[in-house]
Design a protein around this ligand. Sequence first.
Ligand code: NAD
Ligand code: UDP
Ligand code: UDP
Length: 313
Amino acid sequence: MRILITGGSGFLGSHLSEKLVKEGHDTICLDNFYTGNRQNVQHLLDYPNFELVRHDVTFPYYAEVDRIYNLACPASPVHYQANPVQTTKTSVHGAINMLGLAKRTGARILQASTSEVYGDPEVHPQTEDYWGRVNPIGIRACYDEGKRCAETLFFDYHRQNNVEIRVARIFNTYGPRMQPNDGRVVSNFIVQALNGQNITIYGDGNQTRSFCFVDDLIEGLVRFMELEENFPGPINIGNPCEFTILELAESIIRLTNSKSKVVFKALPQDDPMQRKPDIGLAQSKLGWEPKIQLEEGLTKSIEFFSKLDKISG
Ligand code: NAD
Ligand code: UDP
Ligand code: UDP
């Protein structure tokens, strides 16, 4: 198949590119290199079925493809808040352009949506039928509302133009090829622990997240895209094992044998207190559930970060 991956040189996009290229698909990896980098896909450049394109999804793009994975969008709060207007444009204009492409070519298109559509949730664990609790004018809104509007566009192109869509709500995912300066919690803590720096916990560390290792996530996305039943979703994809941020810090300190101390910093505005996917739908529709638990995934991630020449947080 001919497959387009937007955001293909980012953390998740590079793992997805690698899987699809190795399966023999003609793969176009499109990226503006805002948070992704060439290094992530360097090892794929020699494959004749891999093509790397510098392009910003907020502008139209023309290619003939069978599948589109729409992953373009900075995912770390630090990066998506650095230029919030561009973040909303990427989600909204990017979705319109990629849906326009899907409509013209008849390609099936998957949206990398997010658990952030649930905001700071009152329903726990989060099920797909929960509409969420998002502050529309807060500092996370550029990302949360951009992704919510993208979901709206996906479902309207589906209803109005019969575009075959797949909306995946991805929960916190981590692993090799996150950038050391990405700003998300797992990479921050590992880099700090390896450098012997203080581990920066925002708030009291009692907020929770449920962390999915990248290989599991990619398997879930591809299964959803290739599901024979024309099921648009949304489907939660993530690991339901829930941890406090303090527990995460303690695990990383232990696994790295670090002497780092935990320090407490201010909790950012609208930081969700709890997050855990209900994955019943993914289990029944896709026959999928995560296999790699936190300690094993952290060990693989620590190995990746400890091999980087120079790491800086
Ligand atoms: P990432 O920041 O590593 O990757 C995003 C990629 O998109 C980068 O390569 C970046 O350069 C590219 N990009 C950004 N704006 C673009 C634009 N306008 N045009 C073209 N390319 C652009 O993040 P990630 O963790 O790999 O996330 C990938 C997708 O999955 C994102 O859409 C994100 O919202 C979603 N997601 C990720 C997680 C997670 O925990 N990793 C959770 C929920 C949703
Ligand atoms: N588009 C694109 N690539 C394509 C087809 C469309 O980037 O192969 C863009 C196009 O520029 C338009 C958007 O997708 O702005 C939405 O397309 P649609 O056909 O839905 O809308 P229209 O062109 O009628 O405004
Ligand atoms: N966090 C933290 N220290 C850091 C980075 C993040 O305590 O150095 C916290 C953050 O406040 C949030 C959780 O870890 O409660 C997850 O943050 P991340 O940015 O990884 O993802 P998100 O908040 O989007 O789930």
